[in-house]
Design a protein around this ligand. Sequence first.
Ligand code: ADP
Ligand code: AMP
Length: 223
Amino acid sequence: MRLVLVGPPGAGKGTQAQFIAEHVAMPKISTGDIFRANVSEGSPLGVQAKAYMDRGDLVPDDVTIDMVRNRLAEPDALDGFLLDGFPRTVPQAQTLDDILRETADSELDVVLELVVDDDEVIRRLSGRRTCRTCNHIWHVDFDPPKEPDVCDLDGGELYQRDDDQAETIANRLEVYAESTAPLVAYYAGRGVLIGIDATGPVDDVTQRAIDALRPLRAGVSDA
Ligand code: ADP
Ligand code: AMP
């Protein structure tokens, strides 16, 4: 199954990707995680991406697309994947279509849109904490770890992302509205978009996503 999660920053894409990827047994590929790993390693890609990320702007398409092209060519992604945070612009979406056609003679099966309003996004991003070692996503109020700032899963240190400051969040929401929201119409026009209400408890949202994928998974395994 080739699956994309789309939605504003803070909609819960990373949170749901953790569970959905496990459920569909496909690798989760998060462009934000790959960029952040490169930034912390100080790699040339990380150095290039950092200034854009700190402002809450998108990293330029050519840089992002090369990175994703390489990742999708790795063996574990050849039969399917769950993309979190990519594509984020119409040119990225068009290039993804080209990559899939060229490398696997395939196309996307489904794009899940996580729907939440801006006020909820701001509440979620302001309290987000991420594990430095396993990248698991927590929230200080909505999904708190047992011990503050310690990941329940591996004991790793939790940190607050630099781009989760109020000013940067506001810019990221503008960037989403301008550059990424048009993807919803792009994929709806192709008949692959499924909208999910992403409010309420994390488990409820996961269940809605799994329910939405069920008919499709039956189709894929029958094929
Ligand atoms: P995205 O990847 O879309 O930017 P995240 O998955 O990182 O969003 O979620 C943003 C924050 O919101 C995190 O702190 C996460 O724990 C929290 N969160 C995710 N889903 C929910 C939910 N259904 N209800 C409340 N908080 C949530
Ligand atoms: P995320 O973890 O998805 O919130 O992404 C964090 C930051 O990484 C974004 O604000 C962008 O600066 C950058 N980024 C992640 N994915 C992309 C993408 N597909 N295109 C451009 N920039 C991206």
